[in-house]
Design a protein around this ligand. Sequence first.
Ligand code: DAH
Length: 364
Amino acid sequence: MTTPPNPDLEYITAAAAAALDEGRRRLDSATTAAQFSEAERDVLGKRSALATLNTLLGRAPQADRKAAGAAIHAALVALREFAAELSGDWEARRREERISAERLDLTEYSAGPALPPLPGTRRGIGHLHLVTQTRDELEDTFVAMGFTVAEGPEAETDWYNFEALNMPPAHPARGMWDTLYLRLGPPESVLLRTHTSPVQIRLMESGQLPIYSVMPGRCYRRDTPDARHLPVFHQIEGLVVDEGITFGDMAGVIESFTTAFFGPDIHSRLRPSYFPFTEPSAEFEVTCPICSGSGCRTCSGSGWIELGGCGMVDPNVFAAVHVDSEKYSGFAFGFGIDRLAQVRAELSDMRHLLDNDVRFLTQF
Ligand code: DAH
């Protein structure tokens, strides 16, 4: 349509209606956020058809100007409203586009081979933590040797954790364990158990003899985490109480366990030590499972790894739980499950066990 030199009301009204239609079509046909912004500029900006029409008003017949101006304004308002409606959708789309562009692809860390594309997705299945697997294996080994499995509470009283284990208040051996106390009852009367030995007391206290049991569980110490220590860790305790149990029985059980758990090439040996709840006491060592005894970094070249403590149950402990030490004798042992897992998996740092890094965990 060519513009007449003196556009009248009829011409301007028709031109405004056409600009409105064309403007709506342009806005509606945008397929990307950028196209929409461009269309908005073209149909509502300074160089738009409606803006140009406005400049023609001055040349319109005097009598037509007011009505013609109103027609242009009405078209402009209608087009702005239409654009505003669409612009909300585009804003939402822009956000979605930005979010999906910034999205991190975590599938790189998923277990197993990459998932196939649709249809049919496979779920990545988790598994037990290395420490839990080790605990389960230990339990299985001892159960196969005729032991039962028992558990006790993690929050203990001073009596079970120390006193009944032949450590009266202020006994210097209490310093072997940096203890975390709970704000419960009189000061320092309730604590987080520093070892699994209190479960021995609970078992013997129940009065059901003989006892052939292992007691795995979580323990706590006021330790700073480092390559070989965690403030929250796991131990497994063993206790045998029966008539005529000897130190030789203890050495035999430890040796049988060692070969059953690690394999026939790995053996055990005992070294004199001290624990308040056993007399005599020993530390037990096993052939280094990494180098099979020839000497490596893990065993500092000695060929042996120290695993835990053991000994014959002290008569004072029997007295605390009213077991007749004239009739019964027994032995006990205890060692760290996390430490064992560390040695077997050759972990340079125990803290990896707590990092929750899927790349570490899926190796086991
Ligand atoms: N409870 C000891 C600790 O935490 C380990 C231990 C040593 C347990 C000797 C025993 C034992 O049962 O007889 O270091």
